[in-house]
Write a protein that binds this ligand. Structure first.
Ligand code: GLY
Length: 380
C-alpha cells in the first residue's frame, strides 16, 4: 500500500480553507443572525434556545472570523448573542456545567479581543456560577440539573467538563484569586483518577455519592456503553487536559493528554476522521463523528506547543492531517448546506443528530485552522 505523505501544516490549503469558511459563514450569518444554531438537518441549521450548551459556538466562530477580517457584521452578531445569555443567568434552573463553553466563547473571547469591561464582568459572574457546582467531598464539578422531576443526578460528573475548566483558570488569572484555579485543578485530578483509563481511552460519565464523594458507578452516556470509548469524550479529555497543563503546569495533566492522544491517533481509520466510538461491536453502526476529529486536532496543536522535537512535530502533523481530511473529504463546500463539516454525530444512544454538520464541529475546525494560520491566542 502506498503511504500518503502528511500535508504540510504551513501549505496553501489552510488559507484556502479559511477563506472558504469566511465566505460561507458570511452568507449563513444573513439567515441565522444572532440565534443559536446546533445541527444542520437537510442543509439548514436547526436552532436551540440560548440556554442550550451549544450557545457559545456560533458567536465563538464569528469572533474567530472577526479577529482576522475585522468585519463589523461578525462582531455585532457575536455581541448580540452574548447579551442574550444574561437572561440565562436569571433562569437559574437551566444552567449547568456548560457555563464554560457558553461564556468562554462569548464574553471571554470579547474580553480578550477588545478588553471590554462588561464582557469581563459577565464572564466572572459565569465563573462564579460554575465554581458553585463544585462538590468538595468528591472533588468534581456537578454536570447537570435533573432532566425530569424527581431525578437525582447531583453526583454525576462528565468528561465534557474538562473544556469548562479554562473559564475558571481565566477567572483566577484576571482577579488574582486562586480559588477558581484550585477548583479546576481538583476536578482535573478527579478526571485523571476516575475517567481516563490506563490505555488512554476515556469514560463519559462517572457517578459519585454526592454525600460521601465515593465513586459508585459509571454510565455510557453518549458512548456505546460504560466500557466503550466515545470518541468525542476522548477528544474533550485530550484538549481539556492539554489546556489544564497550559494553565496550571501539572505534568500529570500533560501525561494524561499525551496518553489520550496516543490512544486517539492509534484508533483512527485510514482517512483520519474518527468513528463515534472507538470500541464498537461488529454489529453496531459505524457512523463518523467529524466533530471529535476537529476537537482532537485542536488539542494536538496545543500539545505540539508544549512539547519539543519529534513529539511536537508528530502532534502538529497529525493535527494537520486530520484537519486536511475534514477539509477535503468532509467539507461541505460545493453544496446547498449551511454547515462547514459533514458527518458529525451528536448522540447515537438517543438517535439524535447523526451524520450531520454540528456547530461545535464547525467551530473547532475553524479554530484549528486559525491556529495553523497563527491568527492569535486561544479563547480558552
Ligand atoms: N454533551 C456534549 C457533547 O455532546 O459533546
Amino acid at each position: 500500500m502506498m503511504k500518503m505523505a502528511s500535508p504540510d501544516w504551513r501549505a496553501d490549503w489552510t488559507q484556502e480553507a479559511w477563506d472558504r469558511i469566511a465566505a460561507k459563514i458570511s452568507v449563513t450569518s444573513e439567515r441565522i443572525g444572532d440565534r443559536f444554531p446546533h445541527a444542520s438537518v437537510n442543509g439548514r441549521y436547526t436552532l436551540e434556545p440560548s440556554h442550550w450548551w451549544t450557545a457559545g459556538f456560533w458567536p465563538g466562530l464569528l469572533w474567530l472570523l472577526y479577529r482576522d477580517t475585522k468585519e463589523d457584521k461578525f462582531r455585532a452578531i457575536a455581541e448580540s448573542c452574548e447579551a442574550q445569555l444574561d437572561q440565562v443567568v436569571m433562569d437559574y434552573y437551566k444552567l449547568d456545567h456548560d457555563i464554560g463553553f457558553m461564556w468562554t466563547l462569548t464574553s471571554v473571547a470579547r474580553y480578550k479581543l477588545t478588553g471590554a469591561e462588561d464582557a469581563k464582568r459577565r464572564a466572572l459572574l459565569a465563573a462564579n456560577l460554575l465554581a458553585a457546582r463544585f462538590n468538595a467531598k468528591g472533588r468534581f464539578i456537578r454536570a447537570w440539573n435533573p432532566w425530569k422531576p424527581g431525578e437525582n443526578n447531583s453526583g454525576w460528573a462528565i468528561i465534557d467538563c474538562m473544556m469548562n475548566l479554562p473559564l475558571l483558570h481565566w477567572a483566577s488569572s484576571v482577579t488574582g484569586d486562586p480559588r477558581f484555579a484550585h477548583i479546576a485543578a481538583a476536578h482535573a485530578d478527579t478526571v485523571l483518577e476516575h475517567f481516563i483509563r490506563p490505555d488512554g481511552s476515556v469514560r463519559h460519565i462517572v457517578i459519585f455519592d454526592p454525600g460521601t464523594g465515593e465513586r459508585v458507578g459509571y454510565h455510557g452516556g453518549q458512548g456505546y456503553s460504560a466500557d466503550s470509548a466515545w470518541s468525542r469524550g476522548a477528544a474533550w479529555a485530550l484538549y481539556g487536559m492539554a489546556l489544564s497543563y497550559m494553565n496550571a503546569g501539572d505534568e500529570r495533566h500533560l501525561e494524561a493528554a499525551e496518553r489520550v492522544a496516543r490512544f486517539f491517533l492509534a484508533s483512527l481509520p485510514a482517512d483520519s476522521v474518527p468513528h463515534w466510538d472507538f470500541r464498537l461491536p461488529e454489529d453496531a453502526p459505524k457512523y463518523r463523528d467529524s466533530s471529535a476529529g476537529a476537537i482532537a486536532a485542536c488539542g494536538l496543536l496545543l500539545l505540539a506547543k508544549h512539547v519539543e522535537g519529534e513529539r511536537s512535530e508528530g502532534y502538529r502533523s497529525a493535527a494537520a492531517r486530520m484537519l486536511h481530511s475534514l477539509y477535503t473529504n468532509y467539507g461541505a463546500w460545493d453544496r446547498d448546506e449551511e454547515g462547514l463539516v459533514l458527518s458529525g454525530t451528536s448522540h447515537v444512544p438517543e438517535g439524535k443528530n447523526i451524520d450531520v454538520p454540528l456547530i461545535y464541529g464547525d467551530y473547532y475546525f475553524a479554530e484549528g485552522l486559525s491556529q495553523l494560520l497563527g491568527h492569535g491566542e486561544l479563547f480558552w
